[in-house]
Every structure is written in C-alpha cells, then in structure tokens.
Design a protein around this ligand. Sequence first.
Ligand code: KG4
Ligand code: ZN
Length: 332
Amino acid sequence: MIVLGIETSCDDTAAALLQDGKTILANVVSSQDSVHGPYGGVVPELASRQHIQNILPIVDGALKNAGAKLADIDGFAVTYGPGLVGSLLVGMSLVKGLSFRSGIPFVGVNHLEAHLLAIHLEHDVQYPYIALLASGGHTLLYLVKGVGEYVHLGGTRDDAAGEAFDKVAKMMGLGYPGGRIIDNLAKTGNPKAVRFPRARFKNSPYEFSFSGIKTSAWHYLKDQGEAQWQARQADIAASFQEAVVDMLVNPTLRAALAHGVNRIVLSGGVAANSRLRAKMAEKGGGEGIQVFCPAPKFCTDNGAMIALTGYHWLKRGRHDGYELSADADLTL
Ligand code: KG4
Ligand code: ZN
C-alpha cells in the first residue's frame, strides 16, 4: 500500500510517499523560516498563504522523487489537527479535492499521534514505551501501548519546551526558530555558567512548566545589560538549554521507572536537540532503559510520519468523509 502523507499544520509544507508503512519513497519539506524569521515566530496568516504557494510544487516534487503517479497512490493521509486552522485547511482542501477526483480514500491524521509514531519510520521499537513529545506547541508525556493506545501521563502547565527555546533565542536576537540555533551555540558554552531554575511539581511528577525559565532568562539578560550578555552568549545558551533538558529528562525517566517500562522514545522538534538526546541516553542507560530518537528530520514536522500514521488507520479500514473538518485544538 502506497500512502501519500501531507502536513501543513504549522509553518512546514511537507509531503511524503510511504510504501507498506516501511519504505520511504519520497519525503519533501519546505520550511517557511525566512518568512517568519523577521517576526521571531509564526504569523498564522502568512503561514497559510505560504502553504497555498508551496503545496502543489511539494506534492509534485514528492511524486517525482518517488517516480510515482497519482494513480499509484492507495490512500491519502492529511493532518487535520491540532495546529493553525488556516494552515490545516490548505492540506485538507487539497487532499479532499484529490480524493474526490480520483476516488482514492483519505484519512485525517492527528499530528500528535504522528509525532509519537515517527520513531517507527527508522527503528523497530517494541511496545510499550514511554514517549516524550516536545515541540513548538506541545510538551506531553505518554505511555504508548500500541497504535491507537496512548495513555496520557502529563504535560506542560503553560508554555511548550520549543516555545521557550524560540522566545529566549528571540530575546537574545539569535533568529527563528531558536531551538537549533541555541543547540549549536551551546556546544561552545559552559552549562554551569548560569543557574537557571528547574520547575518541578511534587504531587504531579509528570508535569512540566517552562514559563518560569523564560521569565528568569528575561530578568537575567536585563540585569546583566546587553554588552555583558552579548559577550557570554554561548554560556547563557548552554545554561538555559541544560535547564530545559533537565526539566524534560527527569519526568520522562520517572515515568519509565514508575511504569516498569524499559524503552523511552523522544519525539517532536525539540527531540532534535543534541543535548537532550545525549542526556536522556546517558541517564536512561544508567537505569537499563533504552532510548530511541528519530533522525532530526523526522523529529520536526514531516510528511513521512503523517503517511505512516495514515497507513495504520487505512489498513484498519478507516476512511474519512468530506465532512471531516480541521480541528485546531485536537487532543490525543
Ligand atoms: O515538531 P515541530 O517541527 O513543530 C511543531 O509541531 O511545533 O517543532 C518545532 C520546534 C521549534 O520550537 C524549534 O525551535 C524546536 O522544535 N527545535 C529545537 C531543535 N530543532 C527544532 N529545539 C531544540 N533543539 C533543537 N535542535
Ligand atoms: Zn509537530
């Protein structure tokens, strides 16, 4: 079965062709970083306009890379939430149109579920596993027992981890999206230079909070003065990153130990962070827990994870109808 997966939930326009849930025939992504960069964050109206411009060339490119025609596709998979409603509608409208014209079925995919399953694009991970999903919009912890069997363990009480990376990078004038920039800058910095606070909830061991560290970074930069902190950018980036990584690693490890699960899977854009991957592997390894991370291109938004998730549901016989609408606040 060949599935064409389409993702337009935020600021990446992506399409992929996946065969039998295993072989990636094509995976094409067009990011809009240069469009949103000057604003330091995603501007929804610009994102949907950009998707309209990008979507047909991206889908054509994916078909061409795979050496396939539309008639070779057995099913379409498209993100229907959560995300920016205008952005979601671009992918959904295209897929509904293609499905109507060709008679090929389609399924709507939950973007969060796709991140949780992305690991299976490259690794043969057995169930159950504890999955940390950390992206620009979400920070969630799940016990994953199988496809469609997700036990929500906790999440952030305020901001997402990726948002904290992006906002602190913006405060420091580093550019957008900030996660990868801070990750690179931190490589030459001292993670112990500044002691940023680590939020922890005694009675809610699987919950996260990143608004405090954002405020703390803002005060630190203000108190230091620009000339001072400009000279210590790498140290500040490394110290901030270390605090965020600790706040992600500790609840995830606690969840694995408490549930007696010896596999941890990282997912979402923040899972591309080199320090998070290293520290999770080191601390997990110390407890006999195996840690799996998708390649960075499968951590950030991509069409392959949408195609994979769609494949599982199409295989189970699910076909969605044209009445399916975008759901900006879809949960899992
Ligand atoms: O999953 P994703 O592509 O989109 C959402 O669904 O939100 O995640 C994007 C987020 C951004 O906040 C970005 O700064 C962050 O992932 N990110 C990183 C890294 N690469 C991307 N954060 C930390 N370190 C990275 N290397
Ligand atoms: Zn995402």
